[in-house]
Design a protein around this ligand. Sequence first.
Ligand code: SF4
Length: 765
Amino acid sequence: MAAQKTGFRVSVRELVAFTFPPVDIVPASQVEDMLAGGKAHRLRQDGHEGRTEMSIRHVFHLAGEDVELFGRMDAFTEDCPPLIEEMKLSSWRGDDAAPEHQAQAWLYGAMVALEHGAHEVRLAVTYLSPEGEVLRRHEECVAGEKLIAQAEAWLSAYLAFLVRERQHRERRDQSLRELGFPFPEYRQGQRELAVQVYTAVRQKRRLFASLPTGTGKSAAVLFPALKALGEGETEKILYLTCRNTARQSPLQALERMKQQGLHARISVLTAKEKLCPGECRCHPDWCDRAKGHYLRAEEAIRELLENPALLWTDEVIADISDKYRICPFELALALTELADVVLMDLNYVFDPFAQVKRLYQRKRGVTLLVDEAHHVQDRVQESLSGTLNSGQLRISRTALGKALSRKHPCYKALTELIHLLRAFELPQENEDGRLEHPSAEVTAAAQRLLEEVGGLLNHPQGVPAAELLPLLRTLLPFLYAAEHFSDDYAVLLSAQGKERTLDLYCLLPAAQIAATTKGMRGVVFFSATLSPLDAMKELLGGGEEDACFSLPSPFPRENLQVVRQRVNTRYAARRDSAPRVAEIIAQTAMQREGKYIAFFPSYAYLQMVQELLPADRLPPMWVQRRDIGEEERDSFFAAFLRGDGPRLGLCVMGGLFSEGIDLPGDSLIGAMIVGVGLPTPSPKLRAMQQCYAERFGDGFAYACRIPAMQKVQQAGGRIIRSGEDKGILVLIDERYFEPAYVSLLPEHWRQFSPDVERAAKELWG
Ligand code: SF4
């Protein structure tokens, strides 16, 4: 739905969804829809005599408003009377056509009657198998007048909703015209950033921005995007983050703007697992909130809309869901449609299986603000890759075997897939197990299994969803990767005894990121460590027309003293270098009483050095363990944020404590970074390196050095969080003396102090 001064535009799909809401939440079934929907349509349309995918529109005049209805008919035959055909996959099990499918045909029928002057129209709803075979067909011939009267009745009911939404937008835009920057003055660089963001939205471009800590990026990015919203340059703002905790800062900025008169709807979308008060078994038979959810949700939404001061946070959504006994996740999803600004995980846009389709279908009206954008590549790579492991599949088969007989087609399909995988021979010609193409046989077997699993999800036959969902989560990404396989992927086979793992690994997701963001009303990728910008632009699918922008650190340069120490920390030299590393860490932590963290490239190296540290002369140590739990995490914050005494933390780089945490003031006065953060060599990494060498020239830089130095920047960036913070950063590795590495350090780190004592003296006298 798009607001227009002259009236409203409504798609047939949207009107039908409004008029025929479902009653219950049912499992994410219709697996066929996810992979085979388009294929079935195409196969059926190929054999059709009339026109396919024919667009049609008509402007209705209702209650003094112009409402343009539009859509695309699956098939249309100009005859007397004309024939409209709607094609659907076979998931509908009733004897007649499903009411919402029939309504779709009726709406097209009404438009054909009006636009073509037809007195009668033949309407067919055809149900297809995934292969495009006709399973059932329901045909009727309806008088044009009857179709038009029905279409007007449905549109009139929807019009009340459209008018309410328009009133909201008018009030919102008025408040945005009056809204000033939410802080008394702009910080250094914020105004320039705001101009860049505003221009990106107006020109529908992508902007890649490197914004160091302290630039107040959340407010400076949100404010111009909101201004553009008020001017009709965009319709919705999605603020994406990688972690829930990263939403605090934009939420605070928005809350502040609300207090200053902003009248906009702001919602948060959090993962289903976090919002669900039960066990996430989304079926009306198991979850009383799923049963009749849509009947009660409307009232809950109305109550929220009546209180415009509220931000629709997790807590607000949980409270109102408890009150109406509805599903909080489904409610949060519905609110994303009504909201002007949505804060959510980047997977909801970039992961093809988590994508919020209802938002994505309207992407031409959407502006994306992508925070922590240095993580986008990894996350998208992960969601576009798929893995089959015969050992894991055997575990699923054992669980299924308890509920199904061995003769059940699903059990057989699973067995077939396991056998095919186990029959794989490792290629002799390369030690990384790299294959040329995905195996067509394995893909076909996985597809057959998916169809069986989909069938069982719709009609469980005593198989709990918990046994089927892991299979689904394995098969869908694998088949997606197989379907989209290109030079941007690698096929990697590995063996453990008899078991085989087949990876379809996405090496470079740039094309996918570009396609996902194409046509949006401005996309801003920003982060404190999105550097070097040119390389990040290439890796994130940017083009010539897209802009780059970076700001210097706003803090006094002398507040951070950086020292380099020439030590060989490469894997083979770690036992030899550990004493020297321990010495440097101890020396730094003894310069001034306070809190320090040393970051290591691995747990093993951390332990090696820990044993050599003179514990009796150092502050009490806090050591990060593998598989750290909630309790230990809290103990870290208790020690560094709330505790008074000095501390020495030993942590792993790239882990929980080297990124995304705020340790202001005396919570951290020094960090020692051991190594340059290079990733562990693996077949996947070598395949990436090779791919990047072909695309960008320097495969090692793009696949290894750049991401490594982003980790270093993140870890070092914990020290200075405000204009008053002071601290020392010690970079321990001989590669910090090489230009290729130095050039990737932030500019304000590159004036090195000669040694630790001198640096400490500069800082603290
Ligand atoms: S409340 Fe939980 S189990 Fe019920 S439908 Fe929602 S997410 Fe599923």
